[in-house]
Design a protein. Sequence first.
Length: 331
Amino acid sequence: MSGTFGIFGLWVHCDCALPAMAAATPPPHDVDVRLGDWPAHPPAFPAQPWYLSNYLDEQGRPALSVRRSTDGRWFLWAYTDGMRFLIQDARQVWCAWPDSLSREDALTYLLGPVLGFLLVQRGVVCLHAGAVEVNGRAVLLVGPAGSGKSTTTAALARLGHPVISDDIAALRLSGGRVMVLPGPRQVRLWPPSVGMLFGRDDCLPVLTPTWNKRGLHPENGARFSDGPVPLHAIYLLQPRGRRADLPRASPAAGHECMIDLAANIYGTLLRQAAHRAVEFDMLSRLCRDVRVARLTPHADPLHLSDLCRCILDDLECRLPARSPRRVGCRV
């Protein structure tokens, strides 16, 4: 069933329902998505890719290639598994896939990298981060793939703190404050993380039969933020260690803060040159107005609750106290 959904500050009209998202009656939509459809006369694209992903598939090929039309208005995304997206002016999206894949597979791409690309093309500054609401303020967990963003986000959600977004934190300036925009209402987790958090690797449903990741959704007991949340603190996830004083949070110096945040800008290789000034202004504001700290987790997964306590203790003197509602896995 088609509907229009609010995601990352955009009204996205899709010809099918989006997982865990409630349809709304909004103003005219910003993005129109057509899954399982392709225009009759798409534009021609140069043979040379505009972008090749660093991530390689099992055959050692870049998993994603992107071609851009000569006028810069169209982008053709082609994954080596056969999934394709055609994007026009960051407003229109078509998607096609082979018989070996499904609509659920298309949605995992759409609600992740494709949506992130649309935001970047629209000049929205995004960080590789999970975002959680703690007592009415946003806390970002920033880091590269494998740093524990989603696992820590889900661990805080399990303590009752609403999730704002997973993996992509979209930022917008409003009334002189940086706001974090709510994303899809799900947290994507690998089975070991699910087992660590909820006791069984299969406690949460798979996102798609062709992918092993599982999803934490509202129906599993997690809470999600309904609107933009003012940003209060950023934690830069560091490599895990085994020292006795870990986990540990320590302030990030100004110049280090800027370098680390710049390294975690989402879609760095896909952004337009015109957006860099906007990104620099946003990062400068974050380093000036927001608490930024380095967060070093312990390598032992049994210390995950200590990591959450470290974050909450670090925030305690800066945020008004409010008791969250603890949630658990529902099967």
